[in-house]
Design a protein around this ligand. Structure first.
Ligand code: CP
Length: 285
C-alpha cells in the first residue's frame, strides 16, 4: 500500500491524541463568517461516489471560506459512470490541478468518517469539560457505521467510557474489540442510564430485511424517546450525525429537545473542516 500523502486524513486511529487536539484547537480559531484567504488559489475537488448533504456542503463552504475554489464530481454524470476506476479518476483530478480531494466512496480507504468524529469531538467539548471519564452511549447500526468506528477510536484515545448498544445484527460481539475499554449492551435503558452523551445512528430500514429483529421490534426496543432520555444525566446531550429518520431511531420530540445538539453538529462541521483542509494543505499555524 502506498503511504498516504502528508496532511491526509483517512482514519482516526492513525492520528496521535496531540494531533487531534491540535485540529480541534485550530477549528476553534476558524470562523466561516469571517472569510480569510488561507487557501487562495488552491483547488479542492469534492469526489462523492455516495449521496451526502452535510459532508459535501460543509467541506465546500469551508474551502470557499478560505478562498479555495471547489469542483464537485459525483458518480452520476461523470466518467465514473463509464467505468473509470477510482485510481484513474484520482490521476485525472491531479492532472487538472487538484490540491486536495475530499472523497466519499463505499469501499476505498478505511471504513471510517474521520471528519465526523472530529466535529463530534468538537461539539462534545463545547458542552463538556473533558473526554476523560465521560460516559458515551452509541446506539444503533454500529456494524455498518463509519461514524461509529471513528468515534470509538477517538473517544477511547481520550479515556471516555463508550457503551455500544443495539441488537446482535447491528452490534456483534466483535464490536467490543474496536478500541480499548468498549462495553456492549443489548438494552437501551442500561446504555443510557447516567450517561453524559447519547450518540444515535441512522438505521436503514432495508438493512433490517432478513434480520432476526423486525422494524417494529427495533423501534420498540431501541428508539430514543423522551422517557428514555430521562434516564441519562440531566445535562446529557443527544447527538446524531444525520440524516435523522424521525420516528425510527429517535422521536421528533427528542430530535428537537433542548438537549439535542444535532443542528450544532452540522454547524460545527464547517470550522472543523476548515481546520482539516488548512492542515491538509500545510496552512495550519
Ligand atoms: N453525517 C453525514 O455524513 O451526513 P451526510 O451523509 O449528509 O454527508
Amino acid at each position: 500500500m502506498t503511504k498516504a500523502a502528508r496532511g491526509s486524513l483517512l482514519s482516526i486511529e492513525h492520528l496521535e491524541a496531540a494531533e487531534i487536539l491540535g485540529l480541534l484547537k485550530l477549528a476553534r480559531r476558524m470562523n466561516p463568517a469571517k472569510p480569510r484567504a488561507l487557501l487562495k488559489g488552491k483547488r479542492v475537488v469534492l469526489l462523492f461516489y455516495e449521496p451526502s448533504t452535510r459532508t459535501r456542503s460543509s467541506f465546500e463552504v469551508a474551502a470557499k471560506s478560505m478562498g479555495a475554489m471547489t469542483v464537485l464530481i459525483q458518480s452520476s454524470g461523470s466518467s465514473i459512470e463509464k467505468g473509470e476506476s477510482l485510481l484513474d479518476t484520482g490521476y485525472t483530478l491531479r492532472a487538472v490541478g487538484a490540491d486536495a480531494i475530499v472523497l466519499r466512496h463505499p469501499n476505498a480507504g478505511a471504513p471510517q468518517h474521520p471528519s465526523q468524529a472530529l466535529l463530534d469531538a468538537y461539539t462534545i467539548l463545547r458542552h463538556k469539560r473533558a473526554f476523560r471519564g465521560l460516559q458515551v452511549a452509541i446506539v444503533g447500526d454500529i456494524y455498518h457505521s463509519r461514524v461509529a468506528r471513528s468515534a470509538c477510536h477517538l473517544l477511547s484515545k481520550f479515556g471516555a467510557r463508550v457503551t455500544l448498544c443495539g441488537p446482535p445484527d447491528f452490534v456483534p460481539e466483535v464490536a467490543a474489540t474496536l478500541a480499548p475499554g468498549i462495553r456492549l449492551t443489548r438494552h437501551l435503558e442500561e446504555a443510557v442510564r447516567g450517561t453524559d452523551v447519547i450518540m444515535l445512528l441512522r438505521v436503514q430500514k432495508e438493512r433490517l430485511a432478513g434480520r432476526k429483529i423486525k422494524l417494529d421490534d427495533y423501534i420498540g426496543r431501541y428508539q430514543m424517546t423522551t422517557a428514555r432520555l430521562k434516564l441519562a444525566r440531566r445535562d446529557a446531550i443527544v447527538m446524531h450525525p444525520g440524516p435523522v429518520i424521525r420516528g425510527l431511531e429517535l422521536t421528533g420530540d427528542v430530535a428537537d429537545c433542548p438537549q439535542s445538539v444535532i443542528v450544532q453538529e452540522v454547524a460545527n462541521g464547517v470550522p472543523v473542516r476548515m481546520a482539516i483542509l488548512a492542515r491538509a494543505m500545510g496552512k495550519a499555524k
